[in-house]
Design a protein around this ligand. Structure first.
Ligand code: 13P
Length: 248
């Protein structure tokens, strides 16, 4: 049985004090969760968020990490810097980073390997654009992202994968539960072929893209879907809590 994981991706929202207020509102609402819960916050919010999350069942995540241990990389943040504040998860290769900040499968791979090496759990994002889906390229794109982005990972169970169809992110247009389930099933099949069937069975694969309080139950009922990476709805304590408590 794979334990579900619901993670919030705040993206570039919430100052540190706004983030603390959100966390304080959230804590009592999710304290009886039957799944892993995390919030992935802007880097500068991490110290305050770490303090606010102490003693709670909510883990702390970051939204990116550099692949070098340290050095002349102005503006970047290393895995050790995140670890010192108790960060456990880090989102890698989000489509917004691929689209706006030049992230490629190769840099995703370097970041992922560096995060694992440092003992962080990467949440590696993959997914096709609308044009790719409409021209029948979804499987080829995912296969390429898996092949190149996850190269040389020795233990696949050390990562979480987030399947986020780009056309469903922030658009209110969710993949249907069947669509998401089928595509995540394809991802798992690829992992079985490229890594090993046993680890493919164990690795947790989230769905992300306009997941909300209204559609989470249907999505989470699907056998291949092991959780959610939540954008907009993670900014509202009640909405995020409703997703975390999808089984209640
Ligand atoms: P939305 O939930 O706002 O569509 O964002 C999804 C996402 O990109 C999570 O990483």
């Amino acid at each position: 049985m794979r334990r579900p994981i619901i993670a919030g991706n705040w993206k570039m929202n919430n100052t540190a004090s706004e983030g603390v207020a959100l966390i304080e509102a959230l804590k009592p609402l999710v304290q009886d969760a039957n799944c892993d819960v995390a919030v992935c916050v802007p880097a500068i919010d991490i110290p305050a968020a770490a303090e606010a999350l102490k003693g709670s069942n909510i883990a702390l995540g970051a939204q990116n990490v550099h692949f070098a241990k340290k050095g002349a990389y102005t503006g970047e943040i290393s895995a050790d810097m995140l670890k010192e504040y108790g960060v456990t998860y880090v989102i890698i290769g989000h489509s917004e980073r691929r689209q706006y900040f030049g992230e490629t499968d190769e840099t995703v791979n370097k970041r992922t390997l560096a995060a694992i090496e440092a003992g962080l759990t990467p949440i590696v994002c993959i997914g096709e654009t609308l044009e790719e889906r409409e021209t029948g390229k979804t499987e080829a794109v995912l296969a390429r992202q898996i092949e190149n982005g996850l190269k040389d990972i020795e233990d696949l169970t050390k990562i979480v994968i987030a399947y986020e169809p780009v056309w469903a992110i922030g658009t209110g247009r969710t993949a249907t539960a069947e669509q998401a389930n089928e595509t995540i099933g394809y991802i798992r099949k690829q992992l079985a072929e490229k890594f090993c069937p046993k680890c493919a069975e164990k690795v947790r694969i989230q769905y992300g893209g306009s997941m909300n309080a209204g559609n989470c139950k249907e999505l989470m009922a699907m056998p291949e879907i092991d959780g959610g990476l939540i954008g907009g709805a993670s900014l509202k304590p009640n909405d995020f809590a409703a997703i975390v408590n999808f089984d209640k």
